[in-house]
Ligand binder design. Structure first.
Ligand code: GDG
Length: 479
């Protein structure tokens, strides 16, 4: 092992490394930096530090040797095909994901998955213990790695350990369904600081500790008894954001503006262009928005020959039944809408089950009159913030579900309850018919907020809180 001796004073752990493996035409393996704000944020916190990122490289079997890419040291953790099915697709995405998202689909409980989840979490913790310098800071990400903090504290009590939850933390009534609820809470309590998207998520976590572990909570601090570590853990909201300035800069480029125009022209220059960009996931409310859109076409409020809805649905978790069912449903609805309401050269819907580069996404954001973000539950929703970052023209209207973390900050959006079809239809029409002055007033306020609370602000707020824990630091996050 080339890297066994190397130790780092700043360590990130996430299920995935921030790179994708690509085999070039000459058969050579290349690693391409994954898109997304998290990587950018981590790059900026890594710069000037001696840091490493620990995670799975994306292929089953033996892990590659540690390597440098995307300006960082990357340390792969191996996962077998069976573990990918049990720890990742199973326990993470078919047990925890539904429980943490209001049980929109039923959660599957399998003891074997839980054992695999524990084993993989322990493996991550062992790797972290090997690469972390004495007294290092370790930042663990997300629901796939909730047991890492306690495993790691046991191995390395000298480390400062933080964990950030990218998804909601469920109310006790839902969390309580998990047969392994106690193990998960104890796993998390190995950390010094736990960051959540919304204050409500942190409160749900604190309540679960009271209810299921009988712990005493003072404000947002839990004192963990001697038997399980004997330290204080703080849980608070630190809402994530996007790289405002890079999206803003990208969308100002002449070629992006030109592409935005081209997109509209290729659709027959509709009077209203609506846009949805999501992973194809049942939490995102894609079915609800299509139902509302179809009814608006049916009742004549919208003309399919003069309105287009572009839905980019990035492929996701394609081996899980709930996702297979969702895809069938969405594609059926798209076919019906186009069959009934399109005209030649003027589609009522443009549906794309593909991933795109960030340049194309920026052009789409710039082209769209109404950005439709209707999750039934979402930790934050970065797409809403990316849309805002790209609208340097102060144009466009953001339609946003109340059930996203983003709704706590983005008050000037057109808010909707996606379960209320009548309300959703009315708000879509309000957004389409809003005047340029009204849109500009709302967008200016939204842009001010996202510019101030960008992803760099989020990362430093999290690290400051981690540094200050367990002493009570000042509250960070958006005002
Ligand atoms: C989880 C939580 C929380 C999408 N399609 C393409 C593409 N994307 C990018 C978007 C955005 C990201 O993926 C999706 O982020 P979201 O926040 O919208 O949703 P999740 O994937 O569910 O993320 C969520 C987030 O973690 C961060 O904490 O906000 O609540 O569920 O950045 O732009 N990017 C590219 N091509 C695509 O086709 N390049």
């Amino acid at each position: 092992m080339a890297d066994t001796a190397a130790r780092y004073d700043f360590v990130i752990a996430a299920n995935r490394l921030p790179v994708d493996r690509v085999v070039g035409e000459d058969g050579q393996v290349e690693w391409h930096r994954s898109p997304g704000g998290l990587v950018t944020a981590m790059e900026s916190v890594m710069s000037g530090r001696d840091g490493v990122w620990v995670g799975w490289a994306g292929e089953p079997g033996e892990a590659p040797e540690p390597f440098d890419e995307a300006g960082m040291r990357l340390h792969p953790v191996p996962l077998s095909e069976d573990e990918i099915q049990g720890y990742y697709e199973g326990f993470s995405n078919d047990t925890l994901w539904p429980i943490y998202h209001d049980v929109i689909v039923p959660a599957q409980f399998h003891r074997k998955w839980w054992h695999q989840y524990r084993e993989v979490n322990e493996r991550f913790a062992k790797t972290l213990a090997e690469v972390a310098e004495e007294g290092a800071t370790v930042w663990v990400h997300d629901y796939q790695l909730q047991l890492v903090p306690a495993f790691l504290r046991q191995l390395r009590p000298d480390l400062r350990i933080g964990w950030f939850d990218h998804i909601p933390f469920p109310p006790v009534e839902l969390f309580g369904q998990l047969p392994w609820r106690q193990g998960i809470l104890e796993g998390l309590l190995g950390a010094d600081f736990l960051g959540f998207q919304r204050p409500g998520d942190a409160e749900n976590f604190l309540r679960a500790c009271r209810r299921y572990l009988g712990m005493t909570v003072k404000g947002d601090v839990i004192h963990v008894g001697k038997a399980t570590g004997g330290h204080d853990v703080r849980a608070a909201a630190v809402p994530i954001s996007v790289d405002f300035s890079s999206m803003d800069e990208l969308s100002r480029r002449p070629e992006i503006k030109k592409r935005a125009k081209e997109i509209r022209e290729s659709l027959g220059n509709p009077s209203a262009l609506l846009l949805g960009i999501d992973r194809l996931d049942y939490t995102k409310g894609i079915r609800h928005r299509l139902k509302a859109y179809e009814e608006l076409l049916k009742d004549g409020s919208l003309d399919g020959a003069d309105t287009t809805f572009i839905q980019i649905a990035t492929p996701s978790r394609e081996r899980i039944d709930a996702y297979i069912d969702l895809r069938e449903h969405v594609e059926g609805a798209v076919g019906r809408i186009n069959g009934n309401y399109s005209a030649i050269g003027s589609p009522a819907m443009e549906y794309l089950h593909q991933g795109y580069g960030r340049e194309e996404l920026a052009a789409l954001f710039l082209a769209a009159d109404v950005m439709v973000v209707t999750p039934l539950r979402d930790g934050m929703n970065l797409v809403a913030k990316e849309y805002i970052s790209c609208r340097h023209d102060n144009g466009g209207a953001l339609l946003l579900s109340e059930f996203t973390g983003a709704a706590e900050e983005l008050r000037e959006a057109f808010m909707v309850n996606p379960h209320d079809v009548i309300g959703l239809k009315r708000t879509i029409m309000d957004a389409i018919n809003s005047s340029p002055q009204e849109r500009s007033r709302r967008m200016k306020a939204l842009r001010r907020r996202v510019r101030r609370n960008d992803v760099q602000h989020w990362a430093s707020a999290f690290l400051d809180a981690l540094e200050a824990a367990p002493h009570k630091p000042s509250r960070h996050g958006p005002q």
